[in-house]
Design a protein around this ligand. Structure first.
Ligand code: FAD
Length: 464
């Protein structure tokens, strides 16, 4: 690895010289996990370069390939698993300048990867009253490229499913890491090669995704005195075919009382809370539904609020914002990502809750999977030891609730613990030297890995 030669060759580009800034741009939200915090806190790149267009991306990749310098791509660095962290040092390629919304058409948009989700939404709304189908709850700060390369779904997934579902990405333009980088266009079966691949096998330089009609969503908090009633209420609401929703989050008591500062004055410690986004034209239907459910009461409506201090966007309490809010109050909190699959979704939730409450607090997000509504859990966990956390993971798996472990930095361990052949094969072709985001794909480094313990990347930059 010849860092100085690479830096010199790229010196006419926007290169970061300030040490503090390089350190800040070498980090993401890995610290949500005490396991990753203990292992990755010292990680820092050698330099940060911010290309202005695809030609400069190609130049960065060509030069780094020539000098054997690893390249880790950064959108906004809001990922949770050290995804955007340069484990072997080298170059962080920050795509903040590549943020243009290029074309908007009925039902689709073409955009550069560094565009913030909120800016993309604003542009499509202003242009033709359209919005993106789904976004991570980091809508205000995250990029569309980072969402596709590192995220999975979020607000909107209760209607549209996840990013990996057919139709939720139309086309990706990708640059390879070779002596002479190639530019490829992927559609259909080719998309999973690079979507949710953490930038380990190609850099996305253009995204085409579908759009939906934009609405002034009515955001609500609904209170229930019984957690499972809140779970059923939200599930049943999602199953109302004529009512359009964009968010259905459920927070077991006392999450709202303890961790949601602006909501706390309106609930007590025994209140379980539901966060909803309902389309304005569905509010009549919603109110009729609500009238049949005496167990639930609306405590906040964004279009008719009497709260002295507004709560801000309701989706910023959901998805991984729940963990953030809890961590701010209690630093010993961490989380797990759980899939409570069909058909035992509600039974599994009840089972895990009775086995692990109050050490684990249930936070659920309604999602559509293969046409059925299930819950994703982003359960809050009171962290004690790594061994206990592993035991809690095992308990879920033994009960049949799949865990996507957010305390691991590799694609496989954060996913289904299996090798994604499509991603591996494309890496062999597109990054033969293994320089893109090294340490994140076990199957590249150690094809015989058996997943019986946490993977430790052998070339992880040592702490100094
Ligand atoms: P980064 O963190 O910068 O990058 C993510 C990954 O993609 C990295 O591996 C990076 O190397 C790679 N990458 C970035 N750009 C490119 C590119 N152009 N080409 C190739 N690879 C690239 N995630 C969800 O899916 N849903 C949620 O609801 C959600 N909520 C969150 C809430 C909080 C409070 C936090 C901290 C995180 C949350 N996340 C969620 C995780 C993360 O915010 C999202 O996935 C986000 O969309 C990532 O965007 P980013 O620009 O920050 O990407």
């Amino acid at each position: 690895m010849n860092i100085e030669a690479a830096k010199a060759a790229l010196s006419h580009l926007d290169i970061e010289g300030n040490e503090n800034s390089i350190r800040a741009k070498s980090r993401d939200f890995f610290w949500y996990s005490p396991v990753l915090k203990a292992r990755l806190d010292h990680i820092v790149a050698d330099f940060v370069v911010s290309p202005r267009n695809e030609a400069e991306v190609i130049e960065v990749l060509r030069v780094c390939h020539q000098h054997d310098v690893p390249v880790t791509t950064r959108g906004a660095g809001t990922g949770n698993y050290g995804q955007a962290m340069p484990l072997a040092g080298g170059c962080v390629m920050h795509l903040r300048h590549m943020s243009a919304v290029k074309e908007i058409h009925p039902g689709r948009v073409i955009v550069e990867p560094g565009c913030l989700l909120k800016d993309l939404d604003a542009a499509t709304k202003a242009h033709s009253g359209q919005e993106i189908r789904m976004f991570s709850s980091t809508w205000a700060t995250a990029t569309i490229g980072g969402f596709i390369a590192g995220g999975s779904g979020g607000v909107g997934s209760c209607t549209w499913g996840s990013l990996r579902d057919l139709g939720n990405i139309i086309r990706l333009r990708v640059v390879t890491m070779e002596a002479e980088p190639r530019v490829l266009e992927f559609r259909g079966e080719e998309l999973p090669r690079v979507s949710h691949a953490y930038g380990t096998n190609g850099i996305i330089t253009e995204v085409e995704i579908p759009l939906a009609p934009a609405y002034e969503w009515v955001e609500m908090f609904v209170a229930c005195d019984n957690f499972m009633e809140a779970v059923r209420f939200t599930h049943d609401l999602g199953n109302q075919d004529g009512i359009l929703i964009k968010l259905g989050s459920v927070y077991e008591a006392p999450i709202a009382k303890n961790y949601f500062q602006r909501v706390a004055p309106h609930v007590d410690a025994g209140t379980s809370v539901i966060g909803l986004m309902v389309a304005p034209h569905s509010m009549d239907g919603f109110e009729t539904f609500l009238g049949r459910r005496p167990e639930a009461r609306v405590i906040y409506r964004s279009d008719a609020s009497d709260w002295e201090r507004g709560p801000g966007p309701v989706f910023e309490y959901g998805w991984n914002h729940t963990t953030l809010r809890a961590l701010r109050v209690d630093p010993s909190i961490t989380y797990l990502q759980v899939r409570y699959g069909y058909p035992d979704t509600l039974d599994l939730i009840e089972k895990m809750r009775s086995a692990l409450s109050p050490e684990v607090m249930q936070h659920l997000e309604l999602i559509r999977e293969s046409g059925r509504l299930i819950y994703a859990g982003l359960s809050l966990v009171k962290f004690t030891t790594e061994e206990r956390l592993d035991e809690i993971v095992r308990m879920h798996e033994e009960a049949g609730a799949m865990i996507f472990n957010p305390h691991r930095y590799t694609l496989e361990e954060g996913g289904r613990q299996t090798v994604d052949d499509r991603q591996l094969r494309f890496k062999q072709e597109a990054d033969p030297k293994g320089l893109l985001n090294p340490g994140k794909m076990i199957s590249w480094d150690d094809p015989d890995w058996t997943f019986d313990k946490m993977y430790a990347y052998p070339k992880l930059k040592a702490a100094t």
